[in-house]
Design a protein around this ligand. Structure first.
Ligand code: PSU
Ligand code: MN
Length: 305
């Protein structure tokens, strides 16, 4: 606990009792989806975590204060600011800036992992993680290094193929991150069920994942774990349509000189446009599915205590 951190009383009570809590990120609200779908999706994801048996804790920096457990009003306010350019996208290096300047900041996977760990939350559910950008081998998301050092388990659908997936997988291996395929033997690639790369281990139940997290904890391994969940069937897109849109978006981004932290949000928005919103429908469905599975894993982990 520190002077910059506010944890909602409900979350803090559950954590104190060793109960199940799942962290949720806020970049997906401000930089990943348009208003009002972003707010609807954030709330649906919270409901999905509850349906899995855990309490959701959406995390952001609000007026410079690290906030764990956003209220409905907080989510609505951030959601309305999407696209306004007034909310900083907060990865590790941005955290002290938003806190010191008293700004609103939406936390990425890396930013959310740091704050979840600070609050004592071990499970975090999201859609896609960052990775190594296609054609830009030195644009490596800080998410990968964070997974290497912060002991939080991230439940996601892998990474979008706006990224170089083989390179992303190599970096995760170097960082010592165990990649679990949840019910699958191959790494899901967000809209697609597989990208053809193997996972490190397949697990089929929340209890198996909880046992892995417990083992990691007892071995004092400092890093995180990545649980990759394929999108539910109704969320899968036609793989060729997704791939074509992603390839076109990546080419346009290069031509327009979009790079750095702006790259991921720009590419995600462009893919939504190029697929007439179908990528957004897929995105919201898999976010909810990951929330529910995150909730089940958090519940299984709390039952091991
Ligand atoms: N991938 C998605 N949706 C997202 C993101 C990634 O499919 O919203 C967001 C996440 O917050 C992730 C961040 O942590 O983008 C990665 O940005 P960067 O590559 O700049 O680290
Ligand atoms: Mn980057």
């Amino acid at each position: 606990m520190n002077e910059f951190l506010s944890i909602s009383p409900r979350i803090s009570d559950i954590l104190a009792a060793g109960g199940p809590v799942v962290a949720l990120e806020s970049t997906v609200i401000t930089h990943g989806l348009p208003y009002p779908q972003n707010v609807e999706t954030a709330l649906a994801m919270e409901a999905a975590v509850r349906s899995g048996g855990a309490e959701p804790a959406t995390i952001a920096v609000l007026h410079g204060r690290i906030t764990v457990g956003l209220t409905l009003d907080d989510i609505e306010r951030l959601g309305q600011l999407a696209g306004s350019g007034t909310v900083r996208k907060v990865s590790r290096r941005d955290l002290p800036i938003s806190v010191a300047n008293g700004e609103d900041g939406a936390t990425t996977v890396a930013g959310t992992m740091i704050l979840a760990h600070m609050a004592g939350i071990e499970i975090f559910a999201t859609g896609g993680i960052g990775g190594v950008h296609r054609g830009h081998p030195f644009d490596i998301s800080a998410d990968l290094r964070e997974l290497g050092k912060t002991p939080v388990t991230v439940v996601s659908s892998g990474a979008k193929s706006i990224l170089d997936l083989p390179a992303t997988r190599e970096v995760l291996e170097t960082e010592g991150v165990t990649i679990v395929g949840y019910g699958v033997d191959e790494l899901p690639a967000f809209f697609a069920r597989s990208c053809g790369l193997p996972v490190d281990v397949r697990m089929d139940t929340p209890a198996q994942v909880a046992a892995l997290i417990k083992a990691r904890r007892h071995l004092n391994l400092t890093g995180g774990t990545l649980i990759t969940v394929p999108a539910p069937d109704e969320a899968c897109m036609d793989p060729q349509e997704a791939e074509d849109a992603i390839t076109q978006a990546a080419r346009e981004a290069d031509e327009a000189g979009i790079h750095g932290p702006a790259a991921t949000p720009w590419l995600l928005n462009r893919v939504v446009e190029l697929t007439d919103g179908r990528s957004m429908t897929a995105n919201t469905a898999l976010l909810q599915n990951n929330g529910r599975i995150g909730g089940q894993i958090a519940l299984a982990l709390s039952q091991l205590r």
